[in-house]
Design a protein around this ligand. Structure first.
Ligand code: PGA
Length: 255
């Protein structure tokens, strides 16, 4: 992290876990543990938990996010949720382009871009996920691939709007597998993303961008990961479901 240039953010990605009553319990447990955080704290919860999460976090330092939104404003898209709907509820963040959405729900770089534009237009902050698969890494194309994903996701996003974007670098092979990228690997790719953003926008804009690492980040390895200069926090799956573990990660990013 380089806190002189940008803010560190720890975001929990609960995925499809916790009913509304379970969500309330977890948030109540979490609140005192992260009350003095020296970094941004976000929890991205299932749609049906948003209301409970907004109520339980009101007046605290915990921000609430969703895990996806549709790119159209409204219409015949059964089962979908628009960015305006989230915004009106009071939701602040939305995760977009998570590799599970890409893998299981047909998400592409182009639809990630459309969703990013829709989220930003609605006044949400977007956590845009990019990352390579194991075979991409083995072929040695990680940095080119992630640079391309980043460029496409940000097409049409103005320099001003980019202030409301966080990029989450999540190597697919590290998600939920217990295999974490080494701190050096994480930093290398986060730095490559920053260099890409510097080319498309400018250095100052790139320096101000929060770039998280995600993929089996936990209470044991977070400190080393967030100590890297280009790793500005994390997107946390499994470990965000345990208040004590999530709080240790928040502490690590608060230093
Ligand atoms: P994980 O998930 O921490 O469980 O690996 C991270 C993510 O998918 O955002």
């Amino acid at each position: 992290m380089n806190k002189a240039l940008r803010s560190a953010v720890i975001a929990g990605n609960w995925k499809m876990n916790k009913t509304p009553s379970e969500a309330k319990t977890l948030i109540e447990e979490l609140k005192p543990l992260v009350a003095n955080a020296g970094c941004g704290v976000v929890i991205c919860v299932p749609f049906v938990d948003l209301q409970v999460a907004l109520e339980a976090t009101a007046g605290t330092n915990i921000k609430v996010g969703a895990q996806n939104c549709h790119f159209e404003k409204s219409g015949a898209f059964t089962g979908e949720i628009s960015a305006d709907m989230l915004k009106e509820m009071g939701v602040e963040y939305v995760v977009l382009g998570h590799s599970e959405r890409r893998q299981y729900f047909g998400e592409t770089d182009v639809t990630v871009n459309k969703r990013t534009l829709a989220a930003l237009n609605a006044g949400l902050k977007a956590i845009v996920c990019v990352g390579e698969k194991l075979e991409d890494r083995e072929q040695g194309i990680t940095e080119e691939l992630v640079a391309l994903q980043t460029k496409i996701a940000l097409q049409g996003v103005s320099k001003q709007a980019l202030k409301n974007v966080i990029i989450a670098y999540e190597p697919v092979w590290a998600i939920g597998t217990g295999k974490t990228a080494t701190a050096e690997q994480a930093n290398e790719v986060c730095a490559a993303i920053r260099a890409t953003v510097a080319k498309v926008y400018d250095q100052e804009t790139a320096d101000g961008l929060t770039i998280q690492y995600g993929g089996s980040m936990n209470a044991g390895n977070a400190a080393e990961l967030v100590a890297q200069p280009d790793v500005d926090g994390g997107l946390i799956g499994g470990a965000s479901l345990k208040a004590a573990d999530f709080a240790v990660i928040v502490d690590a990013a608060s230093k």
